[in-house]
Every structure is written in C-alpha cells, then in structure tokens.
Ligand binder design. Structure first.
Ligand code: F6R
Length: 242
C-alpha cells in the first residue's frame, strides 16, 4: 500500500482528482468503481470543474457504485443514485447506460446482487475502485465481521454507520437499516484501488489499517493483501500513524 499525504481535505481531493483524471484521459474506456459520502465529494467537485474547463470526456467510461440503501428508489432524495447524479453524473457527459448502481428496490434483492456481479464481470471487471472508509473500518457497507469471501450482498448496517450517515438525513430514524453492497471479494477483484481518508474521526481506523493485522473484524485490513492500493490521506487522518 502506497500512502500519499495531503495537507487538508481540499488537497486530498485535488490529488485524488488528478489521479483519476490521469487514468480517465489515458484510458477513455476505463471501468470505474465509485463511492458516495463526504470523503469523495470534493474529488467529484474537481472532476466536474475540470470537465467544464478542460472538456475531459466521460462518454466511454463505465461505472459501478459500491452500494445503495435497501428500500430507496433511484429518485429518493437520499438514495445513492441521487447523490451520484447530483454530485457527478448529472454534470458530466456520461452515457447513462454505462452507469450502474445496485437497485435498492428490486423485488428479488438476492437476484439483484447476482446480476450486479454479472454486470461487473461482463464489463471486463473494475479497473480502478475508489473507496472511502468508515471509522469502524468498513469498506463499501461491509461491516466488521464480514467474510472476505463474499460478493455483492445484502447487509444490515451497523448502528455506528447509521449514526454517521444521519448527517445526510433529517432524523436518525430515516436512515435505512439495510443496504446492498459490493462484497469484499468484489472489491478485491478490482485491478487497482484508491482509498481516500480524511479527518481526525478516521485517524484511529487509518492507524489500525497501516499498523494492524489483516482480520475480518477490521474489513479495510484486507486491502493489505491487494497488490495495487494507493491511499491518499490528509494530515488529520494520518495524525495517529506517525
Ligand atoms: C460509500 C461507502 C462507505 C463510505 C464510508 C465513509 O459508498 O461505501 O464505505 O465510503 O462510510 O463515508 P464518508 O466518506 O461519508 O465518511
């Protein structure tokens, strides 16, 4: 794992956007794995700005998001579909058919998970997966204790995750209890992974990732077994590491 140190959230976002832009420009047919949440938002803002100013095209990219809440239709204001269209896809020249997020209102969610895996496989697999990390070490919505062997699956969200995500809702009660997420095995099949970590609230988790052992009780630790991982972390997140 290569660790790049950023001075601030803004700097982390700049470095991450440059990293992604370099890939997108040299590989216009790239298959991206994408994340939602506060961590990648600044990166997405920069991709949008670059698209406006420099015209970088996303017409030929394919993307697969990590996760979606169970019970939220794509047009729900708090769905991850809405997050991605408001913050990124709606502002780029993407080809809608190439954009994928799990369907949280599929009648048969187990079948939906299977189809999602097949779609990733049929696209040739994910070239570059962008990740954030929960303060309990979750990646995607793979909470502590998740087997490293699982593919896309339905998960029950940890109470701490629901509380952390409540900032995007009016009340904690509105935060769903379940989600569909790429599994750890799905994430590990990506050819390359870019993990972004920002803020003091993630410093314990980042310390555990860098210094701790590989164990299912700390999902992000699996990344140590991947051959091509880059971490871009800001000073506050790295405060516990050195
Ligand atoms: C989001 C995702 C999650 C987040 C994590 C950190 O699609 O899969 O693993 O990356 O919960 O969230 P933020 O960035 O909001 O701190």
């Amino acid at each position: 794992m290569r660790v790049m140190e950023a001075t601030s959230y803004q700097h982390m976002s700049e470095l991450a956007a440059d990293y992604l832009l370099n890939k997108i420009r040299t590989q216009p047919y790239i298959v991206l794995g994408l994340a939602t949440g506060g961590t990648p938002k600044g990166t997405y803002d920069r991709l949008v700005k670059d698209h406006r100013e420099n015209g970088t095209s996303y017409r030929n990219i394919t993307s697969f998001n990590l996760d979606e809440y169970v019970g939220f239709s794509p047009d729900h204001p708090n769905s991850y579909h809405t997050f991605m269209y408001e913050n990124l896809f709606g502002k780029l020249d993407v080809t809608k058919e190439n954009i994928h997020l799990p369907n949280g209102v599929a009648l048969d969610l187990v079948e939906e998970c299977k189809c999602y895996e097949e779609q990733i496989e049929n696209s040739g697999g994910i070239d570059l997966q962008l990740l954030g990390m929960g303060s309990n070490g979750h990646i995607g919505f793979n909470e502590p204790g998740t087997s490293f062997e699982v593919n896309t699956h339905i998960v029950e969200l940890a109470q701490s995750t629901r509380e952390a995500n409540a900032r995007f809702f009016s009340h904690l009660e509105e935060v769903p209890h379940e989600a569909v997420t790429m599994g750890i095995a799905t994430i590990m099949r990506s050819r390359e992974i870019l993990l972004l970590v920002s803020g003091e609230s993630k410093s314990e988790a980042l310390k555990e990732l860098v210094n701790g052992e590989v164990r299912e009780s700390f999902p992000a630790s699996v990344l140590k077994m991947h051959p091509h991982v880059t971490i871009i972390a800001d000073k506050n997140a790295l405060s516990g590491v050195r």
